[in-house]
Design a protein around this ligand. Sequence first.
Ligand SMILES: [Zn+2]
Length: 128
Amino acid sequence: MTLPRGVRAECHWAARQILMDRRLTQVERRSALAHELEHVHRGPFPRHAKVKEEAAVNAAAARKLVDLHALGEALAWARHESEAADELWIDIPTLRARLTHLRPAELRYLRGRLAHHDVDEDHHGTHP
Ligand SMILES: [Zn+2]
């Protein structure tokens, strides 16, 4: 199925179907499907709530797709967000959603993981 430009996938509530654009890459399909499944989980919503609902769905889908420890490992070595997204097998918007909606404890973990990474790099840099 080919969906309108900018629409990767959508829920058709009456037919109980999720439609996906056939042109998506595997990573885009994985990210889009997680997003639509989260919509299914949460149920239909009124049009006026769209912005808030989409943000909540993006956050929940990203959390399901990206394990915190895997995120820490990817961020420790990736030079660009595209490398981190590739490593985590997600698209960049999903990576950004995961990072935007980190819980305080997750943020503390990542700060610790990445601070440790910096110490390791210094160590290797001065003592090859
Ligand atoms: Zn959506």
